[in-house]
Write a protein that binds this ligand. Structure first.
Ligand SMILES: NC(=O)C1=CN([C@@H]2O[C@H](COP(=O)(O)OP(=O)(O)OC[C@H]3O[C@@H](n4cnc5c(N)ncnc54)[C@H](O)[C@@H]3O)[C@@H](O)[C@H]2O)C=CC1
Ligand SMILES: O=P(O)(O)OC[C@H]1O[C@](O)(CO)[C@@H](O)[C@@H]1O
Length: 395
């Protein structure tokens, strides 16, 4: 079996590649990053290190790698691949879909009919739909029909973390990467209609996938955002230190209660499954073996503060459920003050906040009215963070 991994980052060349390697699947990488391409060629091999369990480390070798714009490489790839994975970041799916669509069209023009399964591995609400739509936007109606008859576009939920080297564990190979000791990849099984489900260890093709992506994002990403943004303000560098911090921990506990009630009410998931989700998430973020930086988790706060994303999304659901999302609002307040200078989105957020004020951030970035219940809760959160001196501004 042969697989293509688009996006050779922490999840692509780390988590997904190690699952595939352990299934003896051949791997071809595609990425936009030219430096990464050079490293793939230069090193020929790298190790996926398992945090806290080195016995499970996997060496990845024998792969091929190509730049995403290499249409010659795509011409071969589309005909030989069985499964394509994406791990590029949800906001890049539209441009990626355009690239796949154009290359699929070229193959059809040559009389070929590539047939494969596409699996998105992204923190995104509707990744499979968004990718499929972007691909099909490049095709004529006739071509679209062929595509739909030969390609299944489905989605996975990534419950594992992928990180860079823990302090002091850096290696000479820049491709080496670190993953959590977690070996399950749930995939939306219902969306696989034209192929049989691949027989792969660790993959769970789930016909009741339902709201699992929303449940994951609004549980894991919401809670880790709370930990990271509050931790950042307190000057804590690592997620586990922040999650176990005696002042943050009670806020985290309250956050899980708000999240759980909100999701059971709004997504219709069962209490048991939600409790399991939140317990697994909490244990993961408190685990000192998983060395992850709060600034990595906090990256791109403009996206993370958007109306349906991990903070405002579940806060609104909590209000719908009749619950006051005090902890989530405090986390949102902290996110508004995430000013990490190496993150361009954080810099932009800071500029908007300082020049146009918090109300503009709430209205234009969070998409909520400045005098709404939620906006007032977030503004109370900002006052509380100033009282606690976690926000150290004068105003
Ligand atoms: N790292 C983690 O712990 C987790 C990440 N995720 C999700 O997995 C996805 C990937 O995340 P990471 O691997 O951490 O990010 P990353 O930043 O380490 O890697 C992303 C890679 O995609 C490449 N890329 C971006 N646009 C591309 C395009 N159009 N075509 C080809 N390559 C492209 C980048 O150059 C980069 O190498 C994201 O959606 C993220 O939200 C989900 C759960 C956990
Ligand atoms: O990948 P995003 O969307 O930037 O979100 C941040 C983080 O959320 C997590 O998926 C939480 O599970 C991280 O591991 C991830 O990197």
């Amino acid at each position: 079996m042969r697989a293509t991994i688009i996006g050779g980052g922490r999840i692509g060349r780390g988590f997904v590649a190690s699952l595939l390697k352990r299934n003896q699947v051949e791997i071809d990488f595609f990425d936009t990053n030219k430096q990464l391409m050079k490293e793939f060629e230069q090193y020929n091999s790298y190790t996926v290190h398992v945090l806290g369990n080195t016995e499970e480390n996997t060496v990845i070798d024998g792969y091929h790698s190509s730049h995403i714009d290499d249409s010659k490489a795509w011409a071969t790839e589309l005909n030989q691949t069985d499964i394509i994975f994406t791990a590029v970041g949800g906001k890049n799916l539209t441009s990626l879909g355009t690239t796949i669509g154009k290359n699929y069209q070229q193959a059809l023009a040559k009389g070929e009919i590539p047939s494969f399964i596409l699996i998105t591995c992204e923190n995104w609400m509707t990744p499979a739909d968004d990718l499929q739509q972007a691909i099909e936007s490049q095709l004529t109606n006739e071509e679209k029909e062929v595509f739909q008859n030969h390609v299944d576009v489905t989605q996975a939920v990534i419950r594992a973390s992928g990180t860079s080297a823990p302090p002091g564990k850096e290696t000479a190979n820049p491709l080496d990467t670190w993953v959590q000791d977690y070996w399950v990849l749930p995939v939306d099984g219902k969306r696989i209609q034209k192929h049989s489900k691949p027989d792969l260890r660790y993959f769970e093709f789930n016909d009741n996938f339902g709201e699992m992506l929303a449940q994951k994002i609004y549980t894991n990403n919401t809670s880790v955002a709370l930990i990271a943004y509050l931790g950042y303000l307190k000057g804590i560098s690592h997620v586990a230190d922040a999650a176990n911090d005696p002042e943050i921990e009670p806020i985290l506990e309250a956050g899980y209660q708000e999240i759980n009630q909100a999701l059971v009410y709004s997504l219709g998931v069962s209490q048991e499954s939600q409790l399991e989700f939140s317990r697994v998430a909490e244990a993961k973020y408190k685990d000192y073996a998983i060395v992850d930086e709060v600034v990595r988790i906090g990256r791109d706060p403009l996206r993370k503060l958007a109306v349906d994303d991990r903070l405002i999304g579940p806060a609104k659901m909590a209000l719908d459920a009749g619950i006051t999302p005090k902890a989530i609002s405090l986390a949102t307040a902290a996110a508004i003050y995430f000013d990490y200078s190496k993150d361009p989105a954080a810099e932009e957020l800071k500029k908007i906040r300082e020049t146009q004020g918090v109300d503009t951030v709430l209205e234009e970035i969070c998409g909520i009215a400045k005098d709404s219940i939620l906006a007032n809760l977030i503004k109370e959160g900002i006052s509380e963070l100033k009282e606690r001196q976690w926000i150290k501004e004068e105003d």
